[in-house]
Ligand binder design. Structure first.
Ligand code: NAD
Length: 256
């Protein structure tokens, strides 16, 4: 379905981003990978799916890095057809103790970076009259949780950005939608499980059950593979008129 198309997935060295990149690569899309940590392992996994992979190490808190990544993607592949804004970080603290520098970092990486990639990808998408922008928001784009002010603000913000981008392009072949996962067991969430285990003197299993039990009625994690298939659906012709939605995959979290 995506042969000869290019998908750029920010934060695709691990977790949800890697899951989405793999699902898009299985549909034939060449991949522009981004993110920190181990690059060679995930890059090899993507190349094994028979597509071309370009890695760019842009720091998503730096607009100049983002611009360089978008230019390099266009130089290598012509244009970005599918843009997945996924890179994200978390910081947990009450507002009155929230470090200012962490607030700025969460907003820059989880929200502002999507504005920059979108503004740079949209002209070529509009010219081609085809494009898909998929913003990885969160249930925290729909509801709040204590101690996550910057994250919840950024995720509500990206749901708003999704709606406006969808509206501005509504008469074109360019769509923009958001994905709102509940708990997904990635390094970002394992850190929260570890913190709970340490604070309450629990085992990893007990802390995991507590984490799920607080929010997620299914008592199951959503997987990067499931989220990847939702991204594939957004890229399919069946989703041509799906515009500006914030689609949760959250085990019932926001149904409560
Ligand atoms: P993760 O920590 O496994 O992956 C985050 C990715 O972003 C990594 O590739 C990391 O290197 C990259 N990244 C971090 N800071 C970056 C920066 N400054 N520049 C470039 N890349 C950077 O986390 P994840 O759980 O896969 O999270 C991916 C997205 O999904 C995030 O936006 C997160 O908010 C969202 N999300 C996660 C969950 C969950 O339960 N894990 C739930 C809802 C939404």
């Amino acid at each position: 379905m995506l042969k000869n198309k290019t998908a750029l997935v920010t934060g695709s060295t691990s977790g949800i981003g890697l899951g989405i990149a793999k699902a898009l690569a299985r549909q034939g899309a060449n991949i522009v990978m981004n993110g920190f940590g181990d690059v060679e392992g995930p890059k090899a996994e993507l190349e094994a799916l028979g597509v071309q992979v370009l890695y760019h190490g842009a720091d998503m808190s730096k607009p100049a890095d983002i611009e360089d990544m978008m230019q390099q993607a266009a130089r290598s592949f012509g244009r970005v057809d599918v843009l997945v804004n996924n890179a994200g970080i978390q910081h947990v603290a009450p507002v009155h103790n929230f470090p200012v520098e962490r607030w700025d970092a969460v907003i820059a990486i989880n929200l502002t970076s999507a504005f920059h990639t979108s503004r740079l990808a949209l002209p070529a998408m509009r010219e081609a009259n085809w494009g898909r922008i998929i913003n990885v928001a969160s249930v925290h784009g729909l509801v709040g949780s204590a101690d996550k002010s910057a994250y919840v603000a950024a995720k509500h913000g990206i749901v708003g950005l999704t709606k406006v981008t969808a509206l501005e392009n509504a008469t074109t072949g360019v769509t923009c939608n958001a994905i709102c996962p509940g708990w997904v067991l990635t390094p970002l969430v394992q850190k929260q499980v570890d913190a709970k285990a340490a604070a309450l003197g629990l085992s990893n299993e007990e802390a995991t059950r507590l984490l799920l039990g607080e929010k997620e009625p299914s008592m199951q994690f959503t997987t990067p593979e499931e989220l990847g298939e939702l991204a594939v659906f957004f890229c399919s012709p069946a989703a041509n008129n799906v515009r500006g939605v914030a689609w949760n995959m959250d085990g019932g979290w926001t149904a409560q």
